[in-house]
Design a protein around this ligand. Structure first.
Ligand code: NAD
Ligand code: MG
Length: 376
């Protein structure tokens, strides 16, 4: 019997990547549900190819798609269906939160690309998984690498994990040039083709801050055992140093197809030949550099928010989401993204954050604060 997959965010970068993998693995998985925000044309093409029992679109249901579910609630509906074993959450941003929590509560495996969910509400997600028997398996390439290197070892065997960061398009830009970075500059990632929001996050290094917090919750690791190193080639996806001094790493050419497949099959490995064989010579040289924290303040701000806990990670995430949206609308500059995050954390990091409603309240306060900073 094939396992049912609900793919939330099927029209995005991870969503379309996942469908390529699922198409090759039809003998193991079937697409039980698809959801998207508004791209009805692509969603309709996907639905006619994969024939899921459920299709949901948040807005733009439109004529001709009468059997589709519409509105925000379609994500939770898709994620909790009886014919769904695995929820691949590839939604971008806080919008994915309720579906992740509901899926965990319903005992599903959540193959999680939507890292913002875990950053906002890591404790709530763990509690939902405890209650419902669900589990999170990461899709993010760094966390997939760590999971594969851990290979079932207990976290007490780990001295530290080292997350790799490509450094983004501005890795070697001087500070004064960063202040003039354009939207096109920021969207020009050197190694990955991704959605616009995460591409900007990779340019500010806010993405790596989100990933440090994600690693903390996924692997139950204290922050002082999570480090970041710049690795421009994006071939070594992360490293794990064990207490005996041995270091394991996971390598591949940069493609999200491998971590998507592993999140579906973990802890098993299944044959798949969709990705070209690894060629170490073609990937050479592999280099590593320290992070330039002063040039990319969003990384430190996010790591500190993670350490602070409570509502602070959710505030960091919301401020970042709102500031990136304003940057992509051409309303603020690249360096104002980190300024906005800093101001918002100063105002709201101490707010209550122990329930979903408290987190959603602080999320909207943080977004409002960012807009007010720039009179938007
Ligand atoms: P994307 O913008 O390409 O796609 C986002 C998807 O989410 C789309 O299908 C869109 O319809 C849907 N969506 C957007 N807003 C929504 C809303 N309010 N409600 C419901 N659905 C909504 O983004 P992406 O690059 O595919 O990234 C998705 C997630 O995966 C992000 O959390 C990102 O950080 C993470 N991620 C992406 C990559 C990558 O290579 N693209 C790698 C690692 C992690
Ligand atoms: Mg990543």
């Amino acid at each position: 019997m094939t396992r049912g997959v609900a793919l939330l965010g099927s029209t995005g970068s991870i969503g379309t990547t996942a469908l390529r993998v699922l198409d090759r693995q039809r003998h193991r998985f079937h697409v039980a549900a698809l959801t998207a925000f508004a791209n009805t044309q692509l969603l309709a093409e996907q639905a006619s190819h994969f024939k899921p029992a459920f299709v949901g679109v948040v807005s733009n249901g439109g004529p001709g798609h009468d059997c589709w579910r519409t509105g925000e609630g379609c994500l939770v509906e898709a994620a909790t269906r009886d014919d769904v074993d695995i929820v691949l959450n590839a939604v971008v941003g806080a919008a994915g939160l309720d579906a992740t929590l509901a899926a965990l509560e319903a005992g599903k495996r959540v193959a999680l690309a939507n890292k913002e969910t875990l950053v906002m509400a890591g404790d709530l997600a763990a509690a939902a998984a405890d209650r419902g028997g669900g589990e999170i398996v990461p899709v993010d390439s760094e966390h997939s690498a760590i999971l594969q290197c851990l290979a079932g070892r207990h976290v007490d065997d780990v001295r530290r994990v080292i997350l790799t960061a490509s450094g983004g398009p501005f890795r070697d830009w001087p500070a004064e040039r960063l202040a003039r970075a354009t939207i096109d500059d920021a969207l020009h990632h050197p190694t990955w083709r991704m959605g616009r929001k995460i591409t900007v996050d990779s340019a500010t290094l806010a993405n790596k801050a989100l990933e440090v917090i994600e690693a903390h919750y996924l692997f139950d690791l204290p922050y002082d055992r999570i480090e970041v190193v710049v690795h421009p080639q994006s071939v070594v996806h992360s490293l794990v140093e064990f207490v005996d001094g041995n270091v394991l790493a996971q390598l591949s050419a940069p493609t999200m197809e491998l971590p998507v497949l592993y999140a579906l099959t973990h802890p098993e490995r299944v044959p798949d030949d969709g990705v070209r064989p690894f060629d170490p010579v073609a990937c050479s040289p592999l280099t590593f550099e320290p992070v330039r924290y002063d040039q990319f303040p969003a990384l430190r701000l996010g790591m500190n928010a993670g350490r602070a806990g409570g509502a602070a990670p959710a505030v960091f995430n919301a401020a970042n989401e709102q500031a990136v949206a304003l940057f992509l609308q051409g309303r603020i500059t690249f360096t104002q993204i980190a300024n906005a995050i800093e101001s918002t954390l100063a105002a709201f990091a101490g707010a209550p954050g122990d329930t979903r409603d408290a987190l959603l309240a602080v999320d909207s306060d943080a977004r409002r604060h960012v807009r007010s900073l720039f009179s938007c």
